[in-house]
Ligand binder design. Structure first.
Ligand code: SF4
Ligand code: SF4
Ligand code: SF4
Length: 255
């Protein structure tokens, strides 16, 4: 999906027809263009399966996965460990929504992942991006600089902390995560089968698994299924959400 998105962002109307799907499938462009098809589809998908959007069509998510994959290849001993949630995402989400409501588009553009990609791509395709930025009084140069800086920060964060941008910053992902207690399916650890080998916690780039408490924070889980793939005992599974339980509490205990 990253490849398709880059094709679209860099080539525009000269990109292959199938590249159209990259923009059409994004939540925010769909909402801004008032077509709402993709937006509604992803809301339904999120209510059924959680943040699958973050594991599939978002190019910024795929980009971070590539960085994490590269780090694992270069440093096989590198592991992630559980990180207690930081509440900064609440302020970022409120800032994002507030800026949209107030019509301060520059703020929203600066932190929304698809626009970060668009801004960075304006170095290659300024004419197509320029209208977006000109509409809010920002030059292409400033827009590109904002996108490039944001993208660089995301890549550095991914190298050091995995999907930290997705779990702590991104207003889209964190908004999707707000409905985690209502989703039909969730990731959970079976305490009777878990042998505390730590493999799932070590591999989770969202750093939302705490084996010692048999805890999976589904609000931050991006449904990559790396954890289910490495478990030697089929003890962590994607299964029906039966409501609140000890494995997936609505509110996290302190780390
Ligand atoms: S949290 Fe944001 S940046 Fe990360 S994958 Fe989801 S939408 Fe993309
Ligand atoms: S490793 Fe498991 S818990 Fe972590 S983000 Fe992926 S699916 Fe979710
Ligand atoms: S990988 Fe499976 S057995 Fe190992 S700690 Fe995780 S849930 Fe338990």
């Amino acid at each position: 999906m990253l490849f398709v998105s880059l094709l679209w962002l860099l080539l525009g109307s000269r990109a292959p027809v199938y590249a159209l799907i990259s923009e059409e499938s994004q939540i925010i462009p769909s909402a801004i263009q008032a077509t709402f098809g993709a937006t509604v589809a992803w809301i339904i998908a999120t209510l059924l399966f959680g943040r699958v959007y973050c594991a599939t069509v978002c190019p910024v998510g795929t980009l971070q996965d590539l960085v994490v994959w590269s780090r694992r290849r270069l440093d096989p001993k590198h592991t992630f460990r559980y990180q207690a949630p930081k509440k900064i995402w609440i302020f970022i989400l409120l800032t994002y929504v507030g800026s949209l409501v107030a019509g301060i588009w520059a703020v929203a553009f600066a932190i929304e992942p698809w626009n970060i990609m668009r801004s960075a791509a304006s170095a290659v395709r300024p004419a197509d991006i320029e209208t977006t930025w000109q509409a809010i009084g920002i030059s292409v140069g400033v827009g590109f600089a904002a996108g490039a800086v944001a993208l660089a920060a995301i890549l550095i964060c991914a190298w050091k902390w995995g999907r930290a941008f997705c779990t702590e910053v991104c207003p889209i992902g964190t908004a999707l995560g707000c409905v985690h207690s209502q989703t039909l399916m969730h990731i959970a650890i079976d305490p009777d089968k878990c042998i505390s080998c730590m493999k799932c916690e070590d591999i989770c780039a969202s750093r939302c698994i705490k084996v010692s408490e048999r805890l999976v924070d589904n609000s931050r889980c991006v449904r990559c299924f790396d954890c289910t793939a490495v478990c030697p005992n089929d003890a962590i599974r994607f299964q029906l959400n039966r409501g609140r339980n000890r494995q997936t509490p609505l509110m996290e205990p302190n780390a």
